[in-house]
Design a binder for this molecule. Structure first.
Ligand code: NDP
Length: 435
């Protein structure tokens, strides 16, 4: 705590893991006296670098770039890149730390990492985005590689940015390798990768609901965010017969009582991915819906809530509002969207609650499958990848149940995910000695 006192998000993520893993360690002799958790909270390597680029008006801009190589005990570092003005060491270390456990849960051989920049992509031209990505990669390429560290997308980094980053890496190294995931389907990308985090989150929630003989059919679902994860969580929930009534961005949320159907969702995808507009434009197209400025969608009555925007977007009061409105299931698409107070309220009220490191692991799982396909120089079909994703989400659910089942039969998914993720990495670290 002393060493990282200026990193609140990182401390929050570590505390949540420590609270569940330390009691477990104390019952397991093999971990006794090995300081495993203490080693896990210290990144193996942190790279911070200057990113110079020239904007459209000819002015030289300076941003800060990072890559946190957190843990490589079970495979190459793997984790996304975030471009957002809020990016700093605390946020990237929390994300990298979570990533270690999440990647372990996927059953695939991937270590944990995360990176990004305080660059703000909002309002930038396509050329500016390209120049920034090239400048960013002109340093990052030294530190990554298909067997070393394989970045992917995150907030502000989607298919377009991965393309520019990949193009620059290929030019600098003169090699075509699977160094990034989330690539386009015609140049090494995996089918279902864009959909994977959102779909996987819904698959995980399906597994949770099945423990209560329940499903998405006929349920009212609130979703926050309107980016990659939110869009495909909505798509899958709609396909399973749910009524999705909200989406949001950092300026507020839209509420559509009639439900956001497939056609309306297509409008949102075009709005956000092609025209790069704001979510409030939804109500101009569909006037029966309302836009609530500056608020989050947690006061809307729902059965299932899927927070898919960003960290700490669902606090204790929001959790209480959800519970009072009859919500019974919360499955995190974003990383750490629920505050500790919110999680406490969910647990105290018997809500089915999935932490992101379990429920949003579908994205990195399909990234792992993209790496496998790149190594094989072969592509699996949509159906094959989707079937593997479904199986992985079911396996993660089973791992959570293995380590998180309470005496009364209910499942503490936070404890389950943390311990299951920990065991695999800790055992590998023990086997590899103090290095
Ligand atoms: P996108 O950039 O595609 O979308 C992010 C969405 O969240 C946008 O609607 C954005 O609104 C909103 N948002 C971002 N920051 C804030 C903020 N500070 N306050 C309110 N809203 C905000 O990112 P993704 O969909 O890829 O990522 C969303 C979450 O999912 C993140 O927590 C990410 O770490 C997590 N995640 C993503 C994975 C992936 O495969 N992409 C994998 C696993 C987890 P606005 O446009 O106004 O900023």
């Amino acid at each position: 705590k002393q060493r990282n006192h200026h990193e609140p998000e990182f401390l929050q993520a570590v505390q949540e893991v420590a609270e569940t893993v330390i009691p477990y360690i104390s019952t397991q002799e093999i971990y006794d006296g090995k300081n495993i958790l203490l080693r896990m909270v210290e990144p193996e390597r942190v790279v911070s670098f200057r990113v110079n680029w020239v904007d459209d008006s000819g002015e030289i801009q300076v941003n800060r770039g990072y890559r946190i190589e957190m843990n490589s005990a079970i495979g190459p570092y793997k984790g996304g890149l975030r471009f957002h003005p809020s990016v700093n060491l605390s946020i990237l270390k929390f994300l990298a730390f979570e990533q270690v456990f999440k990647n372990s849960l996927t059953t695939l051989p991937m270590g944990g990492g995360k990176g990004g920049s305080d660059f703000n992509p909002k309002g930038k031209s396509d050329n500016e985005i390209m120049r920034f990505c090239q400048a960013f990669m002109s340093e990052l390429f030294r530190h990554i590689g298909p067997n070393t560290d394989v970045p992917a997308g995150d907030i502000g980094v989607g298919g377009r940015e991965i393309g520019y980053l990949f193009g620059m890496y290929k030019k600098l190294r003169n090699e075509f390798t699977g160094v990034l995931t989330g690539k386009g389907a015609s140049w090494g990308g995996s089918l279902i990768r864009p959909e994977a985090t959102g779909y996987g989150n819904v698959y995980f929630a399906q597994n949770m609901l099945a423990t209560k003989n329940d499903s998405f059919e006929g349920k009212i679902v609130t979703i926050s965010g309107s980016g990659n994860v939110a869009q495909f969580a909505a798509e899958k929930a709609i396909e399973l017969g749910a009524k999705v009534v909200t989406l949001s961005d950092s300026s507020g949320y839209i509420y559509d009582e009639e439900g956001i159907n497939t056609e309306k969702l297509e409008f949102v995808m075009d709005l956000k991915n092609v025209r790069r507009g704001r979510i409030h434009e939804y109500v101009e197209k569909y006037p029966n819906a309302t836009f609530v400025k500056g608020e989050k969608p947690w006061t809307v009555k729902c059965d299932i809530a899927l927070p898919c925007a960003t960290q700490n977007e669902l606090d204790g009061d929001a959790a209480k509002a959800l519970i009072a409105n009859g919500c019974t299931c919360v499955s995190e698409g974003a990383n750490m969207p629920s505050t500790p107070e919110a999680i406490e309220a969910f647990h105290a009220n018997g809500i089915l609650f999935a932490p992101g490191k379990a429920s949003n692991a579908g994205g990195v799982a399909v990234s792992g499958l993209e790496m496998s396909q790149n190594s094989l120089r072969y592509n699996w079909t949509r159906e094959e990848v989707d079937a593997k994703l479904k199986q992985i989400m079911a396996d993660i659910h089973a791992s959570c149940a293995k380590y998180g089942t309470n005496d009364d039969g209910s499942i503490d998914y936070v404890r389950g995910a943390n311990i299951a993720g920990f065991v695999k990495v800790a055992d590998a670290m023990l086997a590899q000695g103090v290095v």
